[in-house]
Each structure stands twice: as structure tokens, then as C-alpha cells.
Design a binder for this molecule. Structure first.
Ligand code: PHE
Length: 349
């Protein structure tokens, strides 16, 4: 074998060496200048690869095909690496990605968990919307309030035995975590002029054992309506309209007398069972009705303490638990789910 006779194996080894040398260098490139230097070195007119391609004519037809195809394969690979580097480095240069970022297109797609509004908040907004359309203003309660507003001003003076009906959290300095949104009645009566139409959505607190129907923290929506010649029927019509909108179907309401010191007459309002449409089911205990809220005509003492002449004006008030309404809307069996922080539960709404 003469020295000048081109050697197939040696040339193929040269080609392989070329890629083995170039690849690690191209993988480590951090600047566009470096990338260009390597391009010239491995792919330029004076590169080893060009030299090899120039010797092709000295080989037999058969060998030429073998070397030619190997050399071209490597040329393509190196060109792609140079091209990818320059795209990546240009992006970094123009601040499009950080230089730490390497994109692995084979990684599974990261799907962010998108948060959403709590179901009780959603329904509070819906409630506010409906009452606003009916002409009500919205007032939010103080979560911590005083004895006067939570009790005395709603006809529950100190020592009144009915105070025990509201299991109360007291602060060390004698303030109250409000037990009901009726805590705002006195302020509303004093600050608004008749006709008064206000709702009070807000968090209330009860120092009592929890079960499927009771939570220590819950949301109440108080309603206060005062004008001349207001009757119990006006109240039932207002609430019937609200509940039909809230449940998006026609519901019936009825009033059953009951005692609350701040209303006279006072009572419970029931609603045709949302789950069975009044036919009777285990939630309504086959009665077709659900007792849903306390309400009544505002007691003259409460009007007086609010600076309203009870000989001229009358009014009604109610208070309902929003969680209870949401439970019926979505057939949720336990009130404690709402504030359990269970994502699987909350995600459904
Ligand atoms: N404040 C009462 C409660 O929490 C509900 C209520 C409000 C009843 C207004 C009558 C009138 O139980």
C-alpha cells in the first residue's frame, strides 16, 4: 500500500474523530463568538471536514459513496448544533430566556393548578347581585363588635335569658365575635333613612359543638327593610323572589311563628324543598318543606333604639345561613366540608 493511496479506514476514523472532538466543544458553547469560531474550525473552508471532502475524488467509486455519506452525516449534525447554539444564544442576548434555561422538550407538560373562588363566596356574590337588583344596599358587619350591638340593641338587654341561645365567643376585654349579622341592625336604622333596604352578608361565630349542620364559623345574610305600611306579606314576597332567583326555579315560602326577641311577630320561614321540589325526600323529612331562616317584623323596641318612630314606620328583618343554602343548591351533606380546606371538594364548584 503506497503512502499516497488514500486509506478508507483511516479516513473514516478521521471523520469519526472529528465529531468526537467537535461535539463536546459545541455542547459547552456560551457565547455567539465561541460558536462562530467553532463553526469556522469544524465546518469552514479550511476545516478538516472540507479537506476530507476534497480527497473524495481520489477514492474508488464505492469508497467515495461510503466516505461521502459519513462525512455528510457529520456535516449535518455539526451544522445543526451550530444553528441550535446560535438560536439559543441569540434568545439569551435579547433577554428572551435565562442562560440557565435548557429546554427539554421530552418533559411532561407542567399544568399549573388554577385556583378559583370559594363556593360560599361565589354564592355570596350571587346573593348580593340579586338583592341589589331588588334595590337593597349592602353593609358588611364588624366581625368583632360590642355587647350593645350584638345583644342589647336587638332587644336582648344584659341578663336576658334568651342571650344563651347564641353561644358566644368573648374576647378577654369583653368584646364579641358576632353571633349573628343582626349586630348591624341598630347602625342601619340610625344611619339610613326610610325607605330602608339593606342586606348584611358576613361571617358569624358560635361557640358550640360542630356537626353536619353546624359550624363555629359561618356566613349569615341579614335583611332589614323599613318603610310606612310594611307587612309580613311584603317580607314573604321579597324572600320568595330572592329564593326563586337563587335556585333558578319557582319556590313557595311559608311562615311559622317562632320566638326571637328582636321581632314581633317572629318566626321561621320555610321553602319548598329544593331537592325534591316539595314531593318529599329524606332531606325535608318527607314534609316537602325546609325551615331555612329566622325572620319577623322588627320589634318596636329595636326601631326605637335605632331612632325610628315605630308609630309611623314598620319593618321586617331576616337572617339566613348562606352555607345552608349552598348545601341545598349542590346537595352537600356536611357543612364542615366548606372550611376543611379539602381541595378535592372545593374543586367541584
Ligand atoms: N339573628 C337571628 C339568628 O341568628 C336570625 C334572625 C334575624 C331572626 C332577623 C329574625 C330576624 O338566629
Amino acid at each position: 500500500m503506497s503512502a499516497s493511496k488514500p486509506d478508507l479506514q483511516k479516513t473514516l476514523d478521521d471523520v469519526k474523530n472529528l465529531i468526537d472532538t467537535a461535539k463536546p466543544l459545541l455542547e459547552k458553547v456560551t457565547t455567539l463568538e465561541e460558536n462562530e469560531t467553532l463553526r469556522v474550525q469544524f465546518l469552514g473552508r479550511k476545516s478538516k471536514l472540507t479537506d476530507i471532502l476534497r480527497t473524495l475524488k481520489e477514492f474508488s467509486d464505492e469508497d467515495r459513496v461510503i466516505i461521502g455519506s459519513e462525512a455528510n452525516k457529520i456535516k449535518t449534525q455539526l451544522s445543526e448544533m451550530v444553528e441550535n447554539n446560535s438560536v439559543r444564544l441569540l434568545k439569551i442576548k435579547h433577554n428572551r430566556i435565562s442562560d440557565k434555561e435548557k429546554i427539554d422538550v421530552t418533559l411532561p407538560v407542567y399544568e399549573p393548578q388554577i385556583g378559583h373562588i370559594h363556593p360560599v363566596t361565589q354564592m355570596q356574590w350571587k346573593t348580593e347581585d340579586i338583592f341589589q337588583k331588588m334595590g337593597f344596599d349592602i353593609v358588611y358587619p364588624y366581625e368583632i363588635d360590642d355587647d350593645y350591638h350584638n345583644f342589647t340593641a336587638v332587644n336582648l338587654p344584659e341578663g336576658h335569658p334568651a342571650r344563651d341561645n347564641w353561644d358566644t365567643f368573648w374576647t378577654e376585654d369583653g368584646q364579641i365575635a358576632i353571633t349573628h349579622t343582626s349586630s348591624m341592625q341598630n347602625r342601619i336604622l340610625k344611619e339610613f333613612k326610610p325607605p330602608i333596604r339593606v342586606i348584611v352578608p358576613g361571617r358569624c361565630f358560635r361557640h358550640e359543638a360542630t356537626d353536619a349542620r353546624h359550624e363555629h364559623t359561618f356566613t349569615q345574610v341579614e335583611g332589614v327593610y323599613v318603610d310606612k305600611n310594611v307587612t309580613l306579606n311584603n317580607m314573604l314576597a321579597t324572600l320568595k323572589t330572592f329564593f326563586s332567583e337563587f335556585y333558578e326555579k319557582e319556590v313557595e315560602v311559608k311562615f311559622t311563628p317562632d320566638f326571637f326577641p328582636f321581632v314581633e311577630p317572629g318566626g321561621m320561614m320555610s321553602l319548598t324543598c329544593i331537592l325534591c321540589d316539595g314531593k318529599g325526600c329524606n332531606v325535608c323529612k318527607n314534609t316537602g318543606w325546609l325551615e331555612i331562616l329566622g325572620c319577623g317584623m322588627i320589634h318596636p323596641n329595636v326601631l326605637k333604639m335605632g331612632g325610628i318612630d315605630s308609630d309611623v314606620y314598620s319593618g321586617f328583618a331576616w337572617g339566613f345561613g348562606l352555607e345552608r343554602l349552598v348545601m341545598l343548591k349542590y346537595n352537600i351533606e356536611d357543612i364542615r366540608h366548606f372550611y376543611s380546606g379539602k381541595f378535592d371538594f372545593l374543586k367541584q364548584f
